[in-house]
Design a protein around this ligand. Structure first.
Ligand code: FUL
Ligand code: CA
Length: 503
């Protein structure tokens, strides 16, 4: 200890430790002060898989089968597999068209009502393996799912519960067949993000030559709970779509439009007191959902880019215009639902030039609208900040991060934020998002702009959810106010954006 060198070293170490201890203590005190518990979740809340699904927002449907060659919408089930021969089939063209349109996934009709399988299922001969296409060695499911991986899109599966070809349809044997096919699709083609259960089922068909009508009890025949368990086991991240969920609900129309007020929650109702199921539910309530419904089952708006779901030459001039697609974007995604747009490959096995053209223009318009978020420049003030904590600061609504949000004290339900700008901003589109892990918490909102010393309300609505888009008259102002006019609990608003849609 008498050695000065050693002493000095000892002293130095001690000094550092003190500073270190001081810093630890300080950051502990700061974190104690700023750590304010987040609000408790309200009502039904989304699962992890549903949260991922919400991020998808826009994706495509591919309706492709023997109907493409027979010019029908619903095949009877007696089609000869030799008619399926898309000689120029090009999965790259199909998937890159979807990607270039901004789609984040594709759902393929692996089997439609006619029963023809686009993959060589080992449970039937009624498939691509008996088609001249690629000498019976082709597999549309393989090629589309591989191309999706290559282009960074997620892959989804449509497997029609109704099968107008299968001889056993209507008996328990068919359910086994259906589940076996589902297992093939969910184990042999990589990750699946969505499984689509169509509610259209039961009726006339070929049925192995019987050519008759087979009625089924839609609420019991399929024993959906057991099939859904298989999907959960094989693809735990996949969301299941049907009229009644369990993860995603049909929006109740095939026009691609959610109700202006659209809740992510729903309590599915059966018909005549029976168990709700795909094709047997009071789906009219799906368009709006049910405020504070029992389950988180958000809406998906499916619609085709043409009048039909399958390709028909006669509809080449009836492709939806880019403006119409933008309108659907605002009426689906902009109302908290997802947008599922069908692109039917033609007889060649390609997305037709007219559809490609419209999609390109649509994408350009969407990109132009959302190119610059004017709100990012704002100063943001709030009527209340939860625990006065920086964690719930109103600036969180303009940070471009969906995981940070503005919130208030538990007792504060009606509240507002004001965005202030150095110079007036010009906008005609507003984008709002709630922080979904805490549930859908806002029941009413309004937007005001500041003109000549007073507030003018230019927009109002009820639901927000994953996203709420408003598009209207041009506003020029240096102050914008977002008011929560009705809410059962304090809010959790994650994002607020202002954009200019130049004509
Ligand atoms: C409906 C089906 O009957 C149509 O053919 C199409 O597949 C559409 C997406 O769902 O219920
Ligand atoms: Ca944020």
């Amino acid at each position: 200890m008498n050695n000065p060198k050693v002493r000095r070293r000892y002293l130095t170490i001690t000094g550092n430790e003190n500073v270190l201890l001081y810093l630890i203590l300080l950051s502990f005190l700061i974190s104690c002060q700023s750590k304010v518990e987040p609000p408790l979740p309200y009502g039904a809340i989304p699962s992890e898989r549903q949260l991922k699904w919400h991020e998808m927002e826009f994706y495509g449907f591919l309706h492709f089968t023997v109907n493409t060659f027979t010019n029908k919408e619903w095949g009877y089930g007696d089609e000869d597999p030799i008619i399926f021969n898309p000689i120029d089939f090009d999965a790259d063209q199909i998937v890159s068209t979807a990607r270039d349109a901004g789609m984040k996934g594709l759902i393929l009709t692996c089997k439609h009502h006619d029963g023809f399988c686009l993959w060589p299922s080992k449970y039937t001969e009624h498939s691509v393996k008996n088609s001249p296409w690629k000498d019976g060695k082709g597999d549309v499911v393989r090629e589309i799912s591989d191309a999706c991986k290559e282009y960074g899109l997620k892959f989804g599966v449509y497997l029609s519960p109704w099968d107008r070809n299968h001889k056993d349809y209507g008996t328990p044997e068919y359910i086994e067949y259906y589940r076996n096919q589902m297992k093939e699709l969910l184990t042999e083609y990589g990750p699946v993000y969505e499984v689509w259960f169509d509610g259209a089922n039961g009726g006339t068909g070929y049925y192995g030559g019987a050519k008759e009508e087979r009625k089924i009890d839609r609420s019991t025949y399929y024993d959906w709970d057991s099939t859904w368990k298989i999907v959960r086991k094989l693809q735990p991240d996949a969301c299941m779509f049907s009229d009644v969920g369990p993860d995603v609900r049909w929006i109740g129309n095939e026009r691609g439009i959610a109700n202006d007020t659209c809740w992510a929650t729903l309590t599915p109702e059966g018909i005549d007191g029976r168990k709700p199921g795909p094709g047997s539910s009071n789906y009219r309530k799906n368009t709006k959902g049910i405020r504070n419904g029992k389950y988180w089952i958000p809406g998906e708006c499916d619609v085709s880019i043409r009048p039909g779901w399958f390709y028909h030459k006669s509809q080449d001039s009836m492709v939806r215009s880019p403006e119409n697609l933008v309108d659907l974007y605002f009426k689906s995604i902009g109302r908290g639902a997802n947008f599922l747009l069908n692109l039917p490959p033609d007889k060649r096995g390609l997305i037709h030039e007219n559809d490609v053209k419209s999609l390109k223009e649509f994408k350009k318009t969407i990109d132009r609208i959302f190119a610059k978020d004017l709100a990012a420049e704002a100063k943001v003030l709030a009527s209340n900040v939860r625990g006065e904590s920086r964690e719930y600061d109103p600036l969180n609504v303009i940070d471009g991060n969906g995981n940070t949000f503005w919130s208030c004290d538990d007792s504060v339900t009606k509240s507002h934020i004001i965005l202030e700008f150095d110079k007036p901003v010009t906008f005609n589109v507003v984008s709002l998002r709630e922080y979904l892990p805490l549930g859908q918490r806002i029941y009413g909102w309004a937007l005001d702009s500041w003109h000549n010393g007073e507030w003018n309300t230019f927009a109002q609505g009820a639901s927000i959810g994953n996203r709420r888009l408003w598009r209207g008259d041009i506003q020029i102002t240096d102050k914008v106010r977002f008011r929560i006019t009705d809410a059962p609990v304090c809010p959790a608003v994650s994002e607020f954006g202002l954009y200019l849609n130049e004509k």
